[in-house]
Design a protein around this ligand. Structure first.
Ligand code: FES
Length: 512
């Protein structure tokens, strides 16, 4: 128990809080290095790492504040406010104390700019973050020169561990960070053009408004767009493989994969192919969406998640590179992977040059206009790797024939042709939470039947591709007729997509 009548109490507290602060600062530094070097990023569950990093740095600031306050309360040292806040103002060991004060200001600046990062230029807050290395050195010097425990066995042991850890972390940062190249960023500056809203104008809680901050055209039919939320403190969360639904005029909704680095959550990179035969979708976007425009989007969804695996093979054709690009950025540098990127020619292969530049011989480009034939996928597929593929229906069909289902992960633009095995007879659907039971006619969908009974379900593509209408199955056996993830994955998750899928059992109960 703390005895506040003991005159030594403040001195004990000031020494203890200083040591705890030093430990926390070192751990924060190590955690920060794990983040920046991507050793544990992407598929390796980054969220806990970010949260721990934030909490530890906050706690370090609290400990330093306790250290300063207890220094002023201690009657022996008798420090005033200026002694602990103004460098060189104390007569007691002025230089070592000043080193501690400089370290304190560094840490406060890092903490404030980290909290305000959303509103600050990235270069500024990241530059200030780098002063954490200087702060650790200052703290070690401050402690070694002014600490009254210097020379004791326990102090020496802890100091040696902390200094060695910080030095090793710094070396890892220098060695590994040099091998991890950041995602290239196109120039992205908001235009002065008055924003004009496109799309339905729907602003339900699961939607947000994004502004186009950059647009680059590639060879006529492909354009790269960079969007960012209009609301600066919107907490967007998405991971590699996610897509964005854009709300276009006349209630049209279109899904596009997020191609950027998931570490940059508010930089939404889209690569959009103008399919011409889809005038209400990509053609409208190509003709109308320019820098400065705003558009309503659904919060990102992910039906194509990157699962941890020792080895990956990515296969893309044409614009199918978009979800795979975000996966490449999310993987730790040490992970084994290769990319086979198939396209007609440079004009049809967005990001091709950049990917070769960033990832070198991990990337194989297959330009059919140069080769004159399609790649022999049967020979090129790596049987030891988990395969992630996105592209044309014919490519995906070939891959499906050559990869074991457990190692196969596909993202489709268009619905897969699937034959139904059910009799086509009407089925009964129970909406458990709504307390409604309804019959689905043979020429209707579960989604239509539920909506006409007053049960509202989120939906978008109505073709079994986007995953928006996902519902949990409580009883019965769904007949999966959609093209979202594998049937085994859906069964494992206990979900179905009622815009196209039906039921193999006469009755099915859904959690809606
Ligand atoms: S609405 Fe897109 S999968 Fe059902």
């Amino acid at each position: 128990m703390l005895d506040f009548n003991n005159p030594q109490i403040w001195w004990y507290l000031t020494r203890a809080s200083a040591m705890v602060a030093w430990v926390l600062m070192t751990m924060t530094l190590v955690w920060g290095i794990l983040l920046t070097t991507r050793i544990l990023r992407g598929a390796d569950n980054p969220d806990w790492l970010k949260v721990t990093h934030r909490y530890m740095s906050g706690l370090a600031v609290v400990m330093i504040a306790i250290h300063i306050a207890t220094l002023m309360l201690d009657e022996y040292i008798n420090f005033g406010v200026s002694d602990v806040l103004v460098p060189f103002s104390t007569t007691f060991k002025p230089t070592p104390v000043a080193l501690g004060i400089f370290a304190f200001y560094c840490i406060v600046a890092i903490q404030i700019t980290a909290l305000a990062a959303k509103w600050l230029p990235e270069k500024l807050w990241k530059g200030i973050h780098l002063t954490s290395y200087a702060a650790i050195v200052l703290v070690a010097l401050h402690s070694g020169l002014v600490g009254t425990d210097v020379g004791t066995v326990w102090y020496t042991a802890i100091a040696l561990i902390l200094i060695t850890t910080a030095m090793l972390a710094g070396i890892i940062r220098l060695v590994i960070a040099g091998r991890v190249k950041p995602a290239p960023r196109s120039a992205a500056s908001p235009s002065d053009t008055a924003p004009r809203a496109a799309g339905s104008g729907k602003t339900a809680p699961d939607t947000f408004v994004a502004r186009v901050v950059d647009r680059q055209n590639h060879g006529g039919d492909i354009a790269e767009f960079i969007l960012t939320p209009v609301e600066p403190d919107l907490d967007l969360e998405w991971d590699a493989g996610a897509h964005l639904t854009l709300h276009l005029p006349d209630g049209v909704e279109r899904q596009y994969s997020l191609a950027g680095d998931p570490a940059e959550q508010t930089t939404l990179v889209l690569g959009i192919l103008n399919t011409h035969g889809d005038p209400a979708g990509s053609a409208w976007i190509h003709a109308n969406l320019t820098v400065g425009d705003t558009i309503v989007c659904d919060l990102p969804r992910n039906n194509f998640k990157l699962k941890p695996a020792p080895r990956y093979q990515f296969i893309a054709s044409g614009i199918g590179i978009t979800p795979l690009r975000s996966m490449l950025f999310s993987l730790p540098a040490s992970r084994e992977w290769s990319l086979l990127y198939i396209g007609k020619n440079d004009k049809r292969m967005l990001f091709a040059e950049e990917l070769v530049e960033l990832f070198g011989d991990r990337v194989t480009m297959w330009k059919t206009s140069e080769k004159g034939f399609r790649p022999p996928l049967g020979e090129m597929i790596d049987p030891a790797a988990d395969v992630y593929a996105c592209g044309t229906a014919s490519l995906l069909e070939t891959i499906e024939h050559n990869v074991a289902p457990k190692k196969l992960n596909l993202e489709r633009f268009t619905p897969k042709k699937r034959g139904t095995t059910s009799t086509g007879a009407p089925i009964e659907v129970v909406a458990s939470r709504s307390g409604i039971t309804t019959t689905v006619a043979e020429d209707s969908t579960i989604l239509e039947a539920l909506e006409s009974s007053g049960v509202s379900i989120n939906s978008s593509c109505l073709r079994g591709v986007c995953g928006s209408c996902e519902v949990s199955v409580l009883a019965g056996t769904p007949e999966h007729l959609d093209s979202v993830m594998s049937d085994a994955d859906k069964d494992e998750l206990g979900v179905m997509y009622p815009c196209v899928s039906r039921s193999l059992t006469p009755s099915i109960t859904l959690d809606v």
